[in-house]
Structure formats: C-alpha cells, structure tokens
Ligand binder design. Structure first.
Ligand SMILES: [Zn+2]
Ligand SMILES: [Zn+2]
Length: 106
C-alpha cells in the first residue's frame, strides 16, 4: 500500500525520505519534486489550514554554468499572508522563484 505519493507526478515507488529534525523530507526519484511528509498544511503565520499547494523552484549552480532548475519543492501559500505570492503563482502558472538565489562567490 502506497502511503506516500508524489504530489506532482503520482510516483509512489521511487521516493526517498530523509529526516530533518521532526520533519521527513521526501524526494521523488522520478520528477525530482521535494516535499515534507505527514505535515498538515497550515499557515505558520496565522494558522489557516486552507492554504494552497504551490511549487517552488530549487535552483542550483554548477561552477561556471548558468543557474538551472534542479527540482521543485512543494510549498503552501496562505490566502491571507501570502496573498500576493499566491496571486502571482496562479496568474503565471509557473513555479515560484526560489527563496534565495545562490550567491556568486568571490
Ligand atoms: Zn514526482
Ligand atoms: Zn496565513
């Protein structure tokens, strides 16, 4: 019985979990999506539980090459606290920009 399933591509076998504190982070071996397992989606700011799932791009940078989208991370946007980001996401239908871009080294 598949307890975990990729929210993006529905994969239920090629999944790899890693523990980070109290959180199990699952990575899909099929499409590269990353998400936290067994978390009730809830806004950390106001506690709303009718948050909306969205994908955030995870960029990585190899030496001397351009930034590229490595994978996607499932995140939840609150209709209140993340209103602008959520509206932009729904409008563009593309993954959210990463929280932070890899910084150019010295
Ligand atoms: Zn997947
Ligand atoms: Zn909120």
């Amino acid at each position: 019985m598949a307890l975990v399933r990729c929210p993006r591509c529905d994969e239920d076998e090629e999944l790899f979990g890693s523990r980070d504190g109290d959180t199990i982070t699952v990575t899909c071996g099929s499409c590269g999506c990353v998400w936290d397992r067994d978390l009730t989606p809830r806004c950390p700011t106001c506690g709303r539980d009718d948050v909306r799932a969205a994908y955030r791009a995870i960029l990585d940078k190899s030496r001397g090459t351009q930034l590229s989208i490595q994978s996607m991370r499932l995140v939840y946007l609150c209709p209140d606290c993340d209103r602008e980001q959520l509206a932009a996401y729904l409008r563009s239908n593309t993954p959210l920009a990463p929280d932070e871009l890899p910084v150019d080294g010295d």
